[in-house]
Every structure is written in C-alpha cells, then in structure tokens.
Design a protein around this ligand. Sequence first.
Ligand SMILES: [Zn+2]
Length: 278
Amino acid sequence: MAAPFLARRVWNRPPFRVDLVRCRACGFMFFNPRMTGEEEQRLYSGYRSDEYQKMRLSCEPWYTEAFNERLNSPEVWKTRKEKLADVFKRHFYEQPIASILDFGGDRGDLIVDLVPGAERFVYDISRVEPLPGITSLHDLDACRARRFDLIVSSNVLEHVNYPRQFLGQIADVAAPGKLVFIEVPYETPYSALNLAKRLAQNVILLAARTGIGLRLMRPAAMIQMHEHVNFFNPRALEQLVRAMGWSMISSGVYPLGIYRVGPLQIPSARMAWCVART
Ligand SMILES: [Zn+2]
C-alpha cells in the first residue's frame, strides 16, 4: 500500500494499493506505479521543512520536530562518514579532486568536508538551502556547464522513479573517466527491520490516529510504499552501474547503526556502496 503520508502529500487521497515488483535476475525490487517527475517534485519540495514535518506528523505521530532534525543531525552524518572514511581515503585522496558534485545531496552533508580544498556543489530537486561553502546548482544545465572530478549520490537512488534515468543524468553531467560514488540502503521491504519498524508504526498509529490506523489493519499494510520506492542489494547496484557502461572500481557493504521508533531501538539497515569510473 502507499503510506498514508505519501498518498496525502503526492496524490491528496487516502492510502491505496500498489504493486511490489521483483527482478528475478538480480533481486532488485520496486513499487509500481512509479511516481511521475511532477509527483516526485510534490513529495520532495521543501523536504524536511517545517511545513513538511507538520504534514508528516499529522499522518505519522512519531515524526516529531526532534525526529526530523535527528535524521540530519551532525552525529548521524559523523557515523556515516566514519564508516566510509576508508573507502574515501583509498579512492579520493590519491588523485587530484578539484570539484565535487553531490547529486541529489539535499544540503550537501556528505561532501561538506570530504576533500579539503575542493570546490563543492549540490544539485537537488528539493531546493533546500545548502550548507555553507557549498554552491547549489538549480538545474541540469547548470551542472553540465561545469566539470566535476567526483560525483557522489548517497541515499538517492532508492527514492527516484527511474534509477537508470537518474544515473543517465549523472552520466550526462560527468566527463568521461571521472569518478562516481553511489550508496544505497541494502534492504528489502520484507526485512525483519522494515517489518518491525512498520509494525511499531502501525501500532502507534492505531493509538494516536485511529482513523488512519484502522485503515492499515490488514496484511498489505505491512509493506508500504513510502520514500523508498526501490530496494537494492549489492548485485542489483552492480548491474545498474554496469548497465551504464561504467567500470566498477570497488564496492562493499557496511552496517549503519541503530534506528529508533519511539522507545524501540532496532539495528538499522546496511548500506551498499560502489565507486565507478564513467
Ligand atoms: Zn535485475
């Protein structure tokens, strides 16, 4: 089912049934129907702003201001960067990287201190104000007008309607032979983590937003299409990158940490990452 918040923000309607599709060759999964570009824009414009948080809270009582802020907190980013420090050191510090583009990077948290001295840019449809020192590029033409030594895309592919089209945009912006770093959650909607999270959320909903909660009292509501519309594993990510004609330099998996739902602490998803050359 489409999650109540998603149904309301994107389509302004109650939750409805969607299909979950799985590729037999690589295990990639996605929700169908796909969102159009316009629908994606409705979902992500003003991402995590006050207005966004309030609308989300009205559908999801756990999505408080504090919760919203924690998602982007310096501690969360610090943990993620620590996990990736080795990868970055190995691949990005031994060659000159003068400019970095964070593609779909929200405020540019990942790249803000990635390579000291490099020029930093972010392209994001949310139009969120970037962190100090990072220049926001508002459209693909503005991206194409520059040359980047490294393009990163972290936690974006699982949100986009057409992953190949999205990587095509990166390919279009990247000069040949440049580096691309991609990371995505390594997850399925059936994972114990996602099911536990959903169960906890549905119970909270039943207590706090009984109207919405009752609508979710059915097995189909355990699998919800929310922000993540694609579900990757390392093989699916590799297939996707190879389909772009890029050469894979390195790839791996790391665990993220702890996810909190109210009083519950659940070990969070793993991340799958890769470094490729365009
Ligand atoms: Zn596949």
